[in-house]
Design a protein. Sequence first.
Lengths: 263, 419
Amino acid sequence: MKDTFTLGGREFSSRFILGSGKYSMDLIRAAVESGGAEIVTLAVRRANTRPGESILDHIPAGVTLLPNTSGARNGEEAVRIARLARELGCGDLIKVEVIHDSKYLLPDNYETVRATEQLAREGFTVLPYMHPDLNAARDLVSAGAAAVMPLGAPIGSNRGLAAREFLQILIDEIDLPVIVDAGIGRPSQACEAMELGAAAVMVNTAVATAGDVPAMAAAFRLAVEGGRRAYLAGPGRVLDKGAAASDPLTGFLGGGGEEHVHG
Amino acid sequence: MDETLFFTDAPTLGGPALEHKHRLERDPSARSDCMAYLPDMERIDSPVRDQVLAQAASYDCARYTAADVAAALARERCTVEDLKALLSPAAEPFLEQMARRARRETQRHFGNTVYLFTPLYLANYCENYCVYCGFHRYNGIRRKKLTAAEMEREMEVIASSGMEEILLLTGESRSMSSVEYIGQACALARRYFRNVGLEIYPANTEEYRYLHECGADYVTVFQETYDPAGYEKLHLQGRKRVFPYRFDAQERALRGGMRGVAFSALLGLGDFRTDALATALHVQMLQRKYPHGEMSLSCPRLRPTRHNAPAAQGVSERELLQVLCAYRIFLPYAGITVSSRERAAFRDGAAGLVATKLSAGVSTGVGDHEEKYHAGSCDGACGAGDEQFEISDGRSLREIYDALTAKGLQPVLNDALYV
């Protein structure tokens, strides 16, 4: 059976989205190929440069580009950068990133909602990067987002799902695809996000700074696939303490007839 | 620092100017109050200066031990006390461990990218008397100010090398390099470059706003030394003498709409450990106050100029690297620029380890890029202005680009959007 997810009417079977920052450019292609990524994000600010220096030149054909608005400090700037991305020929997909903090690079949910509203009105397929807050996620749904991209942990931190509880709430409550973005440092963490029910994960630093970039991209691919299969399989329950008695503790109550007692 | 080592008289200097210079050097009462603003200088109400200076004044680097350094390196988030330990002499034997930690932080925040830019000196007229500087008003150097046509020619030459980010510099003369003149240069530069930075005299918020609207997005102001007493003895005349106005320049620039600001002490002018501490705290406190602002640091050491060679001693490469590692560990998010004052092997080693930005194809003279980029087309008699300081790494953009690539680093020519 085909297991795909949809963004703005486009269907994707790979649930591993690769970021293109922090790399040696000649490694991007290898990472995309070994990771089997169908979507690659790119910063408009790194694409808006001379030929040969643009990341665009290093992304294999056939891959869907997901330009982002990094560098935007408020909603208005994000809108301007998104329009520039469209002018550069990057299409209508846009990952909205509004960051008003140069230290942790945490997304500004309020401004993100404003930008999403405007861009959805202009016909963009908007994928907003956000802090995993349920109210903001609902606002993004109302604003016309095509998915939500909550962070797992501070970007670049490789801390995995520090926001696990809140991600689970978003996955449970939001009907759009939930793509876990930022903070995933190891394949096991990507796998965990997929087990929770994320539609996809986005990874950048963990691959870009790996000792062997293509090998790490391949490891993420396997982990994402493994996590997804586990989610679909419906994992058995995990108990916090002790084990579940295979024999019912209340068996002595009997099922009606007193003689029907387990040994 | 014995500032008198810098006192030299240009042979061309005489009469009342020479007398005045000598009076400024010898008689502190002949100098203005360096803590008093001039009437046209905007005052902003900011507690940052007092906080930074208080920390610097109470810093006793001899108090820290190897145990403090080891604890600082073991802690995940570097505190101010940790920073003080990392800058202390006790940290010297830990340089390799500091470098390992610094590299990890640099990788985490910047991956393996290194940004490249080139400076363009627009003018070297200066009204200040900063005793250590090659451009100061009493130095008998060739002065020059680029005309609009000359600026454009220089920009064309630089842009044709592939450079996409430019840093425009002037000496500190409001009469010869007015805000409007600099604004004109910014507007011109925007046509040739993706990213325009400024390293000019400190200005008021509204002037920064105007320059931002002309196309500039970054402002660099070096405090030189954070010790007001030392500052007073080194900056004897001119607007730069006003310590607090200079200190608050980055805040005014951010309020004026600039995306980012850069900071530095000129290491070796004062106690370099204390100045490094103050610089890092200045960055940290402004980041907290203006969380959207992009922060970066430079780390110039005093270099010989035509006149000050005997005095330009002080901070070794090893000590410089210690400062840089401490900066990186304390401020993992900040950009760090290593200029061409340092030799090529040092810059190559620092890139990716601590540094995230290098200058390339540098000329610190005025109007000599064409000469430099097209060797032989001009023999020095074509009217270029003299340099501010001597550089140690004269490599072109291509040479530095290739050296970084060979190290497995990714040179980046542009990572900014003017919005």
